[in-house]
Design a protein around this ligand. Structure first.
Ligand code: PMV
Length: 313
């Protein structure tokens, strides 16, 4: 038995976060510049069934059996063993590392789960198909935020642009003309469960207002998909701006996000918005390729703690 290493990319939501929880379409794309990685090594001297997990970045170094049942890593391994109907696997050590910032809307939790499930599956002799992996990662995502739409696990598992409607067949779509996105991190950690919960409270208090916002965002996602498929990527900028305005109205932006969105506009971005759960984490800006470095620097000058330039293709 040899070592198995598997990686999974980060992701950004281009359009439709939050509204996607309420059945509206959303668009997400992988970000391959950042990755989560899982390595499984056989532990031949130890008795079968013994699994050790190490994730130095989160100070985790523990036997699996000592982790709480609701631990996401333990859950990812347990689901894989359950699916493969393996009670006592050969002993192994699992090491996890990631360059995807945590709780920043870049899909770090989903990417770690994808890498772990694929690596453990393959170590046990099974190359798991995307659909199976996706379903398992969705179960783990529920631990991170109770009612996930499923968009994060889907885009990270398939590692391709997805047009996602909750409960419907996954649509992977083509990007005939690639475009450039600058991602700017506010450095503010913001758990998605909180903003998702707040949007739910807002919707319960003012259903008409929120339903209108969700509908408008859904229309923006539809228009954006058309524009992307037709290669009319310039149209995407104003659609992003409109999506951001709706998210502001929904109460999920923050001074830090608005500041970076404005900095991107001032530096000549074609459009900008927050991406993911909001109140912190990352924003994205659509830029001309030749402006990418300059706009990334403008974001840093305005307080971004990190930037990533990615090409969607
Ligand atoms: O995990 P994040 O922060 O990228 O947010 C996921 C997107 C939401 O629409 C806010 C939640 C969901 O489950 O779709």
């Amino acid at each position: 038995m040899s070592n198995i290493a598997k990686s999974a990319p980060g992701k950004i939501i281009l359009f439709g976060e939050h509204a996607v929880v309420y059945g509206q379409p959303a668009i997400a794309v992988p970000v391959t510049q950042v990755q989560a990685k899982a390595i499984v090594r056989p532990d031949i001297k130890t008795k079968p069934g013994t699994i050790h997990i190490a994730a130095p970045q989160i100070d985790l170094n523990s036997p699996l059996a000592d982790l709480p049942l609701d631990d996401a890593l333990a859950q990812a391994v347990a689901l894989t063993l359950e699916y493969l109907e393996i009670d006592k696997p050969p002993a192994f050590k699992l090491k996890i590392s990631s360059t995807i910032p945590l709780a920043a809307g870049l899909g770090s939790g989903a990417a770690v789960s994808v890498a772990v499930i694929r690596a453990v599956g393959e170590f046990l002799g099974h190359v798991l198909d995307d659909e199976t992996v996706n379903n398992m990662v969705y179960e783990v995502e529920k631990l991170h935020h109770g009612t996930p739409s499923g968009i994060d696990n889907t885009v990270v598992t398939y590692a391709q642009p997805v047009y996602f409607v909750r409960g419907q067949t996954i649509e992977i779509f083509s990007v005939p003309q690639s475009f450039t996105i600058v991602i700017g991190d506010t450095g503010v950690v913001s758990p998605t469960s909180i903003t998702v919960g707040d949007v739910r409270s807002g919707w319960e208090a003012e259903p008409e207002k929120y339903d209108l916002l969700f509908d408008s965002i859904g229309e923006l996602s539809q228009k954006a998909r058309q524009a992307i498929e037709l290669g009319e990527t310039d149209v995407l900028g104003p659609l992003m701006d409109a999506n951001h305005a709706h998210l502001v109205e929904m109460g999920v932006s923050s001074p830090e996000l608005d500041n970076l969105v404005e900095a991107a506009w001032e530096a000549g971005a074609l459009g900008a918005k927050l991406s993911g759960g909001g109140r912190g984490g990352n924003m994205i800006a659509l830029v001309r390729p030749e402006d990418a470095d300059r706009i990334a620097q403008a974001l840093i000058d305005s307080g971004a703690t990190n930037t990533i330039i990615t090409r969607v293709s």
